[in-house]
Design a protein around this ligand. Structure first.
Ligand code: TYD
Length: 232
């Protein structure tokens, strides 16, 4: 599809219209794919765990995973990119993309194929936000790179757990990995980018306020998934 150099948000909005739908793998049928996104310290992992319990209570088989590090190779990439020495920004983007490519082929796609619910703590939007916006590598380019890496697999729903950079820093305390230790400005640009992606494509995103109690956020996620017919 010729798309010229549309901004990321415009591309997000236009794609379903011109292509007749978001790309899904032809062989993925019964599975359900949900991603949690947000700044560091937003409380995503609590939400991932609560959602797993809700799906299991509804009788579904759930695969919970995360990026980077959802596979053995991914775990090694995670160590390199989060806990090693300086990594050139483009190399950082490619390493995160490599983690995703392997993760989707080895774990996410097979689970979806057998009808599981897959809940991932971070997915492609993390890279669009952190490398595209945070590292100024270009949201469009990073979006394209990631979509190629995951062979077009887009979540049924992406939940953005929204918190300010300041609140995220407060919650993280003194433990910081390479990305977490970036300035607040870096984290604010990531936050703004998440919100822009969600605003550009509301039917594929849910934004929840990460400063509210975890149970309240979980209720909002369940309400949305019920409205989509994915939970009772
Ligand atoms: P992690 O410890 O998993 O943090 P969190 O609990 O906040 O998810 O670290 C993941 C870090 O890697 C986080 O700072 C975001 C960053 N990241 C990217 O920069 N690009 C990516 O594509 C992904 C998946 C994560």
């Amino acid at each position: 599809m010729p798309r010229g150099r549309l901004g990321h948000a415009a591309y997000h909005r236009l794609w379903p219209a011109v292509s007749g739908g978001w790309p899904r793998l032809g062989d993925v049928t019964d599975g359900l794919f949900i991603a949690f996104e947000g700044g560091d310290g937003a409380g995503k992992s609590t939400q991932v765990a609560l959602l797993r319990d809700a799906f299991e209570a509804a009788g579904r088989t759930v695969t919970v995973t995360r990026q980077p590090g959802g596979t053995e190779l991914g775990q090694r990439i995670r160590d390199l990119v989060l806990h090693g020495d300086h990594v050139a920004p483009r190399a950082e983007a490619l390493l995160f993309a490599a983690d995703k490519a392997h993760h989707v082929e080895q774990l996410i796609r097979p689970a979806l194929r057998q009808g599981d619910v897959v809940v991932t703590d971070r997915y492609t939007d993390s890279s669009v936000a952190y490398q595209g916006a945070g590292r100024h590598l270009g949201a469009q380019e990073i979006h394209d790179l990631n979509l190629w890496a995951v062979d077009g697999l887009v979540p049924d729903l992406t939940v953005v757990v929204d918190i300010s950079a300041q609140e995220g820093r407060r919650r993280r305390g003194t433990v910081h990995d390479r990305l977490e230790s970036e300035e607040d400005e870096f984290h604010e640009s990531i936050r703004a980018h998440y919100l822009a992606m969600a605003a550009g494509n509301p039917e594929r995103y849910l934004v929840v306020d990460g400063t509210r109690p975890p149970e309240e956020l979980h209720e909002q996620v369940v309400t949305r998934l019920s409205a989509m017919g994915m939970l009772p």
